[in-house]
Write a protein that binds this ligand. Sequence first.
Ligand SMILES: C[S@@+](CC[C@H](N)C(=O)[O-])C[C@H]1O[C@@H](n2cnc3c(N)ncnc32)[C@H](O)[C@@H]1O
Length: 505
Amino acid sequence: MSDIQEATDQLLDVNLFENQRFVQVTESGHRSEPEHLQVTIGATVPTGFEQTAADEVREKLGSSCKISKDRGKIYFDISVESLAQVHCLRSVDNLFVVVQELKDYQFKETKEEVLKDFEDLAGKLPWSDPLKVWKINTSFKKKKAKRKKINQNSSKGKINNGRGEKIDERDVKKDFTSDALDPHILDYYENPGIKEEISTLVGDDLASSKEDDTDESSKEETDHRALKFRVTCNRAGEKHCFTSNEAARDFGGAVQDYFKWKADMTNFDVEVLLNIHDNEIVVGIALTEESLHRRNITHFGPTTLRSTLAYGMLRLCAPQPSDIIVDPMCGTGAIPIEGATEWSKCYHIAGDNNPLAVNRAANNISSLLTKNQIQESKPSWGLPIDAVQWDICNLPLRTGSVDIIVTDMPFGKRMGSKKRNWNLYPACLREMSRVCRPGTGRAVLLTQDKKCFTKALSRMGHVWRKVHTVWVNIGGLHAAVYLLKRTSQAFVRSSEQDEEKGTPS
Ligand SMILES: C[S@@+](CC[C@H](N)C(=O)[O-])C[C@H]1O[C@@H](n2cnc3c(N)ncnc32)[C@H](O)[C@@H]1O
């Protein structure tokens, strides 16, 4: 039985909200047909890569997207049958089902009036279909939690670094560890495009002593007890006379009265999102407990890149079957691992000069293989990827043998130094131009040291042509992703370099 069918049957068989006033699974004696539900899904995506995410949604789900003015968000309509596919998108971080979008919302003059309107809003929203979708979605979340448990057990001891290092250490809010904050909130912090206040309703917090949410019997109990919920308000905009905390508190209080749910900050079943961006309000229900970018990496390094961003970078250079794709400064391997997973008809090489980084990359590849084997319950064919230790300035690769280079260069802050970049960047671009195939080769390079990069590139105009720049925000740092095309000019090495390197040609 498919996931959707199973979830749909559950929905029909269990009158989940018996004690609550609004959700009628059966309406006027008819069974509603949740499989035909059409809903709007909202997704947070790495800022700068909204269009990439929209392209992926169109390609994989056949839906067109609206890219929000609020950077880092996209919206698209789906039939609920596609919910499983939505969870498989590679470019999205968090998902929510839209309850209602209020464009051009007229906020009243005083804070009291605005907050009163938020209270009144709770009872007027069309909650029914989004809550059906939320219920169907719980079957995906449940399975994810179970799998996670198996994976953790299978690689116990190896994931010793996973906890504190889960945060991209470039994140300006680096003092928050994943233990200190709820992962969902953390995701908003990690998504640097969303620079708003975030507050969660803290009502009569009824923290449950039940810890194991994946336990089937406790899930069944969930179906019969009053649901626990929280409201998270994300607010961005200058002209508001209220705080996100006040909005979450008053809107959340009204949601509680309306549904007779119980407020619970940490152990909630339903997370209601109140997103306010200038005079646009979107109310949603979260469909992800943790960001979907947490999928490949178990061994974290000091500057681990999100898999969703890695996907966006790879997509920029349109990999084709049999392409050789190299990340010459791979760190934990986030880019080539995402590449090997999504573009399995290409061959991916991960290299770094730091033996610790190469070890991490190798461990991440190995953990992913184990995870795949457990999920598929059979030996896997492996992944088309290799990890090597090398120096980017002297790669053990034949001239013109690489189709695509995708890498995240040292910014010179946490990794390396700005001073060293003045030598490293020109040497990188030169060696990349040697290994990359003239005429068709391309490179996608991420850096925050734009001045140094631009200077180095200006001297390499004969071999690299800049095609496109995507501006991204990495933990509060304004960074750029450059798409370069290798010109058709053959690489010519100076005799000085020949003597120094003895590189294969
Ligand atoms: C920004 S980090 C890459 C992080 C990586 N994307 C990840 O997700 O973990 C830059 C990497 O470049 C590597 N590096 C610096 N100089 C290098 C060189 N000369 N050759 C190869 N790698 C180098 C560093 O060891 C570091 O792992």
